[in-house]
Design a protein around this ligand. Structure first.
Ligand SMILES: Nc1ncnc2c1ncn2[C@@H]1O[C@H](COP(=O)(O)OP(=O)(O)OP(=O)(O)O)[C@@H](O)[C@H]1O
Ligand code: SF4
Ligand SMILES: [Mg+2]
Length: 323
């Protein structure tokens, strides 16, 4: 098991009080697993992804643990996390494409990055970088280019190569395909698969609001809603046999799932998620859920209702128990 997250809660400090953007989140990632993390804008996907590697000064861990390869990650301690970044766990942050330093060539930027991470065998790593650049069909001359000279897709691929250069156990890729056209999205998705297959990353979390790309690359999909996990199962199960009413609504809003839904994102469900500043008690999907009943005033636990299939919904729990 690469990753085990237990009861993780993360809050932002704000003038209106703490905003708990990730609440009581638990899941595991098997070796080799690519887990897609999907949900509407503001559901806490980036907060969860960032929390596994880097809690910035506005964020605080208010509970829970993150284990990577059997060891607890000291996520609340920036200094203790520093030596683990890039080597054990690596993040391609949302908007990474615009974050590549524009004033340094990619090659120089890479050398500086490796140096700042205390990598001694930099020449060797550099040779490996060239190999990986070729592997994904780019030319070696990207190393002598500035980031603004690269197309969006090339920049995104270079960013992923950089993030995985030291073969981390866990890669968190936050919206790496969002700003790209469909064929480039596919190329980036295939690159993630290839890197996993070759062991450049042991496991990965691919964050997106676009389920269609996950249908292509993810082994499992986890759905987040208003800071909590709603459902996790194999990609096939989420697409073809989802149990949580929210997931069902999401999938129903995608025309011809698995066929052609390239442009479709998670929209089309009436209503809005609740505010995270003072969220209502109980199930957070209650106001939008056509099946809400009295029990839903209590928070449903995220539990395994079928082998490998986790759901947080009282209706599902009752139905599965009645079988
Ligand atoms: N610095 C901050 N201070 C206070 N609240 C914040 C801060 N950053 C994010 N939030 C809140 O945390 C919640 C989760 O945000 P997050 O960026 O993790 O969502 P997301 O699912 O990644 O959304 P998107 O799909 O738009 O990227 C949102 O309600 C957001 O308003
Ligand atoms: S717990 Fe209740 S409100 Fe929430 S999704 Fe299930 S049935 Fe709907
Ligand atoms: Mg985000």
């Amino acid at each position: 098991m690469s990753v085990s997250v237990e009861n993780l809660s993360v809050a932002y400090r704000s003038r209106r009080g703490d905003v708990t953007a990730v609440e009581n989140v638990s899941f595991t990632l098997a070796d080799g697993e690519i887990m897609g993390l999907a949900g509407e804008s503001g559901s806490g996907k980036s907060t969860l992804g960032n929390a596994l590697i880097y809690l910035d000064s506005r964020m605080k861990q208010t509970g829970g643990t993150v284990m990577l390869d059997g060891k607890e990650l000291p996520i609340a301690n920036m200094k203790a996390m520093q030596p683990l970044r890039m080597k054990a766990v690596s993040l391609v942050p949302q908007y990474a494409m615009s974050a590549l330093t524009p004033t340094r060539r990619i090659g120089k930027l890479t050398r500086d990055l490796l140096k700042s991470h205390g990598v001694r065998n930099r020449d060797e790593v550099f040779t490996e970088m060239r190999r990986r650049i070729e592997l994904i069909g780019l030319k070696e001359d990207v190393l002598s280019k500035y980031s603004f000279e690269l197309s969006g897709g090339m920049r995104q691929r270079v960013t992923i190569i950089l993030s995985t250069l030291l073969n981390p156990s866990l890669l968190i890729a936050d919206e790496v395909t969002s700003a790209l056209d469909v064929s480039t999205q596919r190329a980036v998705g295939e690159m993630l698969l290839e890197f996993r297959d070759r062991g450049y990353v042991k496991s990965a979390i691919a964050i997106t609001h676009d389920l269609s790309i996950l249908a292509q690359i993810a082994d499992t999909i986890t759905i987040m809603y208003a800071g909590r996990l709603a459902e996790k199962a194999s990609t096939n199960t989420i697409v073809n046999d989802p149990l949580h009413p929210y997931t069902q609504a999401l999938i129903a809003s995608l025309p011809e799932v698995g066929v052609r839904h390239d442009q479709v994102t998670l929209t089309g469900i009436p209503g809005r998620p609740p505010s995270l500043v003072s969220p209502p008690t109980g199930c957070r999907f209650r106001d939008r859920c056509p099946f809400a009943f009295a029990e839903c005033g209590e928070t449903p636990p995220f539990e395994e209702v079928r082998p490998g299939h986790y759901v947080a919904c009282w209706k599902v729990t009752q139905e599965e128990q009645a079988k």
